[in-house]
Design a protein around this ligand. Structure first.
Ligand SMILES: [Zn+2]
Length: 505
């Protein structure tokens, strides 16, 4: 199960002709393709439509003409540039990514080039005109009508939570609904401007700490005052929508600040209480298949169930399975479930396959943007095909940059993965395979330490027999329980909030 997928953004060949810059919007004759209409205020304008995987595409040119902004073809003829107010968006046909400056926003369907220029999905419009101009788009397929409205402003609840751990202050702003916002970052100050809506903060502003001196939630603006010598990064977690800022020392004086003042945040969750176990694949998506017909999805489910039982018997933890039966589930939903459950640990279980039949043994992976070796790259390429449906190109390489959730937990993921690999090596008497890194999509959005374990190779007939046997499965489960117990002890006996911890356990 491997497939090499070319990374295709600007490199995409442009298949269709790009000529025919839009004529004045004489409504195209209804026979020339699908035409719907957009209702903007009291005005109705014709908009060409095109069905696509992932939703309907809408002609962009008439919307730009009506709503404002400029649309131009990029310098190399493969990308397009849309400018609204001060913001430049770049996109291309056959790529599911929309660039906003340097930010990468995923799209539900890939734009195409139609007779009158780019055709784009609904969430493209929401992420461009919607965000910049505070417009709301509603598609009514029954009447082929796109309603464009300026919504009545909503009242959004926001709950700010600030914790400091390992020398980084993390501020999570949890919103009752997805806000539209603009972030302005200056030295020492971050301002989040809310576009259109009104904020209420039922719990009040949290006390500041040594890095984030003050958090102020106003009706239209959230202000973060940062200590001198700090740097910050922000990212978004969904379901519920959270805007997260990590603030850390960028200079020696900033570093001193964390050492002088160690704060134990009031609502900090410490310890390993909830563990999400993810049996890879499921439903029509079988995963790897062994020579005698063993399917990866069945093995991972059997082992995950038995691991869940063993963990709950032996440790004071709650275990959640991403699936407890044979059903198909997208990779993103698996991670989302872990985030929703506020899991402290995420373990995705898989079984490997490779060319040839000699490869054997278990391997533990953590996320990285680059694979640690060629085999790790193959494993990730195979696993990343799962769930999301075929034809979903691996713009994942860009998504990695987009969704940085897991990168904030990588050192803990590595620590945990090292224990898992140690236990597996000693139980199975494997030569040490070490912890590997690869861009596994299922790990990307996880907001907690997360590992992916390839429990063995179905491509190796001997190992297939082992993996089928209950004894061997029990050995694997035992090793995983021991690793999780050791990690739990390690985390829970750690002096609270020590900054600058090393990399090895
Ligand atoms: Zn797999």
């Amino acid at each position: 199960m491997r497939r090499f997928v070319a990374f295709c953004w600007l490199a995409c060949a442009l298949l269709t002709s790009l000529g025919a810059e839009a004529q004045e919007p004489a409504p195209p004759p209804p026979t020339s393709g699908l035409v719907g209409r957009a209702i903007v205020g009291s005005e109705s304008i014709p908009v060409a439509l095109q069905p696509a995987d992932g939703g309907t595409l809408f002609a962009l040119t008439p919307l730009v003409r009506r709503l404002g902004g400029t649309l131009e073809q990029g310098a190399y003829g493969e990308s397009w540039e849309l400018r609204i107010l001060e913001t430049l968006y770049t996109f291309g046909p056959n790529s599911g990514a929309l660039l906003r400056g340097e930010d990468i926003l995923p799209l539900s369907a890939m734009p195409q080039i139609g007779a009158t220029g780019p055709m784009v999905p609904l969430d493209f419009l929401e992420q461009t005109f919607g965000d910049q101009l505070g417009l709301q788009f509603q598609w009514e397929p029954a009447t082929a009508t796109l309603l464009v409205r300026r919504p009545i402003s909503r009242t959004l609840e926001v709950v700010p939570e600030l914790v400091q751990l390992q020398g980084t202050s993390t501020l999570a702003l949890e919103f009752s609904d997805t806000p539209r916002y603009r972030i302005d970052e200056q030295p020492g100050l971050i301002e989040i401007e809310i576009l259109g809506d009104r904020l209420v903060n039922p719990w009040g502003d949290p006390p500041g700490d040594s890095l984030v001196r003050q958090v102020q939630v106003g009706e239209q603006k959230i202000r973060l005052r940062l200590a001198p010598g700090t740097a910050s990064q922000h990212y978004v977690l969904r379901r519920p929508f959270r805007l997260v800022f990590d603030v850390y020392p960028s200079t020696p004086s900033g570093r001193a600040a964390t050492e002088v003042q160690r704060i134990v945040p009031p609502r900090q969750r410490q310890g390993i209480r909830t563990i999400v176990i993810d049996p890879g694949h499921g439903g029509s998506e079988t995963g790897a298949i062994g020579a005698s017909g063993t399917e990866e999805k069945d093995l991972t489910l059997a082992i995950a169930r038995s691991l869940a039982r063993a963990l709950e018997r032996r440790l004071p933890v709650k275990v959640v399975l991403t699936r407890s039966e044979d059903l198909q589930m997208s990779l993103d939903d698996r991670t989302a479930l872990a985030n929703q459950n506020k899991a402290d640990l995420f373990v995705s279980l898989h079984v490997n396959s490779s060319y040839g039949s000699s490869a054997q043994g278990a391997e533990t992976y953590i996320l990285s943007t680059e694979a640690s070796d060629e085999r790790a790259a193959d494993a990730a390429a195979a696993e990343n095909q799962s769930g999301e449906g075929d034809g979903d190109p691996l713009y994942d390489l860009q998504l990695i940059l987009w969704d940085l959730s897991q990168t904030h937990h990588l050192s803990e993921s590595l620590r945990f993965a090292t224990l898992v690999q140690e236990e597996l090596n000693s139980a199975l008497e494997l030569r040490d395979r070490g912890v590997k890194q690869a861009p596994f999509r299922v790990l990307m959005g996880a907001a907690m330490p997360a590992v992916l374990v390839e429990l063995g190779f179905l491509s190796n007939p001997t190992e297939e027999k082992h993996l089928e046997s209950l004894d061997y499965q029990n050995q694997l489960v035992d090793s995983l329980v021991r690793a999780i117990a050791r990690y739990k002890t390690l985390v829970e006996s750690r002096p609270e909030d020590r900054s600058g911890t090393g990399d090895t356990p």
